[in-house]
Design a binder for this molecule. Structure first.
Ligand code: ADP
Ligand code: MG
Length: 428
C-alpha cells in the first residue's frame, strides 16, 4: 500500500507542516491511514499524527473526518467531553501524492489492547464502571449537543488517556524527543547499495534481539508505563471518526463492525443515535467478561446475519413481530409471524444468568450489571435509554468502594457452559 495513492512512508525524524511536527515512532494504522507519535518542539508536547492515504477517495474521507472532528473540538473548549481532540490539520506532499494529515492529542492503549493484556479475563467491575462513564459522557456530548452518530463504537476505538505526560516525565513514559533523523538514516535507503542494506538489516535484527533479551531479563531499559489499573482513575476517550456522521446527513446503510451492529442495521429499518448505545452495551459486556457478546458465524443453511439475529433473541427473548417485520430486509430473515425462517429452535439464556453461570459473577453483581445493560438491548431502538439517561443509572453512580466491589469478580476461571452450546439450528 506504500505506492501512488496509498500510505506515505514515514521515517523517524521526518518533519511535517514546515518542521512543526517531528515523527517519533509508529503508533498504529488503519485501512486508510498510518498514525505516528510526533513531537512538537515549539510547545514541547507529543501528538498523534494521522497521515491519510493520498488517493482522492481517501482525501475526501479525511476532509469529512476533519469536519466532524472540528465540530467536536469547537464544542469542547475545556477538553472534558471524553472525545479525542483535533489540534491541527494540514496537507503533506510526498512521493505517493498529497496526504491529508490530522494532528490529534496523544492517547494511550486501546481498550482492546487492555482486554488482551488482561488475558481476556475481563476487568474489575469498578474499572468497567469508570470506563463506561467516560464513554457515556462522550456519547452524550456527540448525540445531544452535536447531533453526531459515531457508527463504529468498539473497544478498538476507545483509547485510554495517558497517565504520564511524556513531555514532563519522559523517563517514566519511556520517551525522549528525537528532533532529526538519526545518523545513517539520511538517505532513507534510496541510494543504499544492496550490501549496505543487508548490513543494516543484520544490525537491526541484532538490536532487536538484544532489546528482546533485555525485556525478558527485566534489564535496564526505561521503565514502561504502568499497565496495572489498580488504584488509578481509568479515563478514556472515543476516537476514530472516519465513519461518523450527522444524524440528519446519513451516508451509509450498512454501518458498524459486525459484532457491535444493532438489529435495525441488519434489518435495514433506519437508524439513529441509539445504534451507538447498542455498541456501547456490547463493549461494556466485553470489558467485564473479556468475551465478545455476539460473535455470529455463517452456518449450514443460514447466513451470518441470521445467526446474529438468533444470538440476540437467545439473549433478549423474541423480537417483537412489529420490529422484526419493519425493515427492508426483514423478509430475508423472518416469516410473517415474526419467526426466523431458517433457525427455528432457540435456547433462551438471559444476561444475568450468563454472568453468573459462565463468568461467576455474584448474584448481586450480575443482577445490577444486567439491570444496567438490558434496557439498552431493547430491540425497539426508540425505547433504548439515551446516554444521558444511562448516566443517571444507579449502577453507573454506585460508589466504587461498595462492599460488593471487594469481592467482585476478577481472575475467575471461566466455566465452559452454554456459549459453546449454541442454539439448535435447522438448516434447509
Ligand atoms: P483508521 O480510521 O484508519 O482506523 P484510527 O483513527 O482508528 O484510524 O487510528 C488507527 C490506530 O492508530 C488506532 O487503532 C490507534 O492504535 C492509533 N491511534 C489513533 N489515534 C490515536 C491517538 N490520538 N493517540 C494514540 N494512538 C492513536
Ligand atoms: Mg480505527
Amino acid at each position: 500500500s506504500y505506492r501512488k495513492g496509498g500510505y506515505h512512508a514515514v521515517r523517524v525524524g521526518d518533519q511535517f507542516n514546515g518542521g512543526r511536527y517531528v515523527a517519533q515512532r509508529k503508533l498504529g494504522w488503519g485501512e486508510f491511514s498510518t498514525v505516528w507519535l510526533a513531537y512538537d518542539p515549539t510547545t514541547s508536547t507529543y501528538v498523534a499524527l494521522k497521515i491519510q492515504k493520498s488517493a482522492a477517495q481517501f482525501a475526501q474521507a479525511a476532509l469529512h473526518e476533519i469536519a466532524i472532528l472540528s465540530n467536536i473540538a469547537d464544542g469542547d473548549p475545556t477538553h472534558s467531553k471524553c472525545v479525542v481532540r483535533l489540534i491541527d490539520h494540514f496537507k503533506h506532499a510526498g512521493p505517493n501524492g498529497q496526504h491529508q494529515c490530522m494532528v490529534l492529542e496523544f492517547l494511550g492503549d486501546s481498550l482492546l489492547r487492555l482486554i488482551k493484556h488482561n488475558r481476556y479475563k475481563g476487568l474489575k467491575l469498578n474499572k468497567v464502571r469508570e470506563i463506561c462513564k467516560c464513554i457515556l459522557i462522550g456519547l452524550d456530548y456527540l448525540h445531544r449537543e452535536l447531533g453526531i452518530i459515531h457508527t463504529d463504537l468498539k473497544p478498538e476505538n476507545i483509547l485510554l488517556c495517558n497517565t504520564i505526560d511524556p513531555a514532563k516525565d519522559p523517563v517514566r513514559a519511556g520517551l525522549t524527543p528525537i528532533l532529526e533523523r538519526p545518523e545513517g538514516n539520511l538517505n532513507g535507503g534510496t541510494t543504499m547499495t544492496l550490501i549496505e542494506k543487508k548490513l543494516k538489516r543484520r544490525a537491526r535484527r541484532a538490536v532487536a534481539k538484544i532489546s528482546l533479551r533485555r525485556e525478558s531479563m527485566g534489564g535496564n531499559e526505561p521503565p514502561k508505563p504502568e499497565r496495572n489499573l489498580d488504584g488509578i482513575d481509568v479515563k478514556c476517550k472515543v476516537v476514530d471518526f472516519g465513519n461518523g456522521c450527522w444524524a440528519n446527513k446519513q451516508l451509509a446503510e450498512e454501518i458498524q463492525t459486525r459484532q457491535y451492529r444493532a438489529p435495525e442495521v441488519i434489518l435495514r429499518s433506519g437508524y439513529s443515535y441509539s445504534v451507538d448505545m447498542w455498541s456501547f452495551a456490547c463493549t461494556a459486556f466485553e470489558l467485564a467478561t473479556g468475551d465478545m457478546l455476539f460473535a455470529p458465524k455463517v452456518g449450514q443453511g443460514f447466513s451470518e446475519d441470521e445467526d446474529h439475529l438468533a444470538l440476540m433473541m437467545e439473549l433478549l427473548g423474541k423480537m417483537p413481530r412489529k420490529v422484526a417485520i419493519s425493515g427492508a430486509r426483514s423478509k430475508d430473515f423472518f416469516d410473517r409471524h415474526g419467526d426466523l425462517k431458517r433457525i427455528r429452535r432457540l435456547k433462551f439464556w438471559p444476561l444475568d444468568k450468563i454472568l453468573m453461570d459462565r463468568y461467576k459473577f455474584s448474584e448481586t453483581d450480575a443482577r445490577e450489571f444486567a439491570d444496567f445493560l438490558c434496557p439498552i438491548f431493547d430491540f425497539a431502538p426508540e425505547k433504548r435509554p439515551t446516554a444521558q439517561q444511562c448516566l443517571q443509572h444507579p449502577w453507573i453512580n454506585r460508589s466504587t468502594s461498595n462492599q460488593n466491589e471487594m469481592k467482585s469478580k476478577s481472575n475467575v476461571e471461566k466455566v465452559n457452559v452454554g456459549m459453546s452450546n449454541p442454539h439448535i439450528k435447522v438448516g434447509k
